[in-house]
Ligand binder design. Structure first.
Ligand code: NAD
Ligand code: G3P
Length: 344
């Protein structure tokens, strides 16, 4: 059935998700910051700056007016960078009502508070009543979603009903949505994989090959799972779409901004120059900062995150990251899995 949906954020991901909703014949209002972009979307049905060469469904209406975008929507999809979520949550406040379902699609952890995006929203909207919240996450580069290439993602919701409704809202022949009741795990997987993708890009920039890439992906997943299960997420979620799936796509795709940023830093560019030239969000930088401090506070070992933090924020040369990881003390590969089995 046709729904009223608002997508907040007309960058790569917001535009791609609006496109999926448009293909599904929903009424879509896409909120963007710049008038010129709204004009481009409404007249040319394009967003060339973020999704080059893509023609958008003509039932997407772009606006810079938050009221016009969100007031009548029964679904509000948040697709801004995690760093903008608090500010946007405040702007959205007047337009949430009893029937609103909020779907967030941002992947990050807040550095100062160590909060996930859903926790930021709950904090900002503590006094409001709305129908529920969901997180949509998984291996899904906007460029391929916009081209209607086969894509699979996971959705988790504050209730089973919300989860199923969001699955129905987005699902189509090119965009397959699985439900997963582990909200924490789905949200964490999407945020944490960006750290590992940055690290892998960095080693590729240094000239290391596929063995290093496989090592970091495997041990990266181990450290994501270690933190996630420590916080109460299911280990199985990290083997699914929002865990391993998203890790694979972000660490191997030419589309990944996190991988590309790491690659350029490994090749000798400064973090500041890389971020300035990217022109799009590189979530892994902020999340590395958050997770480095968070894991230390929690006493959870995350050596890849630690190595990357030192390169990004303490000006340690990138080659030292690989060296320090290779020279760590002897370990049993299954150490953490054994601990998990013992606890069950
Ligand atoms: N691009 C993808 O393939 C993809 C896929 C899945 C999830 N995500 C996640 O979606 C989120 C958004 O990523 P993106 O790729 O669309 O980023 P992007 O850089 O392509 O676009 C970001 C959009 O947010 C807007 N924005 C930035 N700062 C803002 C602020 N302070 N207030 C209001 N608007 C602001 C920008 O104008 C732009 O429209 C990120 O958390 C990202 O990890 C991205
Ligand atoms: O381009 P990236 O590195 O921000 O990754 C985008 C998505 O998270 C991939 O699923």
């Amino acid at each position: 059935m046709k729904k009223q949906a608002a997508v907040i954020g007309a960058g790569s991901w917001g535009t791609a998700l609006a496109s999926v909703l448009g293909q599904n014949q929903h009424t879509v209002r896409l909120w963007c910051r710049r008038e010129a972009l709204a004009e481009e979307i409404n007249t040319a049905h394009k967003n060339e700056g973020y999704l080059k060469g893509i023609v958008l469904p003509d039932n997407i209406v772009a606006t810079t007016d938050m009221k016009e975008a969100a007031e009548k929507a029964s679904y509000i999809v948040l697709a801004v960078p995690s760093g903008a979520v608090r500010k946007i949550a405040r702007k959205l406040m007047p337009y949430l009502h009893e029937d609103t379902i909020v779907v967030h699609a941002a992947k990050g952890i807040e550095p100062e508070s160590f909060l996930r995006v859903s926790q930021i929203l709950k904090e900002e909207w503590a006094d409001l009543s709305f129908r529920g919240m969901a997180v949509l996450s998984g291996p899904s580069h906007a460029e391929e979603v916009a081209e209607q290439q086969p894509t699979t993602v996971a959705v988790s919701g504050t209730s089973e009903q919300v989860q199923t409704l969001v699955q129905e809202l987005f699902m189509n022949q090119a965009f397959r949505v699985y439900t997963n009741d582990d909200f924490l795990g789905v949200e964490l997987g999407g945020a944490l994989k960006n750290i590992i993708a940055l690290g892998i890009g960095l080693t590729s920039g240094l000239g290391y090959g596929d063995n290093a890439k496989a090592a970091l992906m495997t041990r990266g997943l181990a450290e994501i799972t270690r933190l996630g299960t420590h916080l109460g997420a299911s280990p199985l979620t990290f083997t699914g779409l929002s865990g391993l799936g998203d890790l694979i796509v972000t660490c191997t795709s030419e589309h990944s901004r996190n991988w590309r940023a790491g690659n350029q830093i490994g090749s000798g560019k400064s973090l500041e120059d890389v971020l300035e030239q990217m022109g799009m969000v590189v979530e892994g930088v902020r999340t590395t900062e958050a997770v480095y401090h968070w894991s230390r506070e929690l006493g959870v070992e995350m050596p890849i995150t630690e190595g990357l933090y030192k390169v990004l924020f303490e000006h340690v040369p990138p080659e030292n990251m690989a060296k320090s990881l290779m020279e760590r003390g002897k370990k049993n590969e299954k150490e953490h899995s054994i601990m998990l089995l013992d606890n069950n």
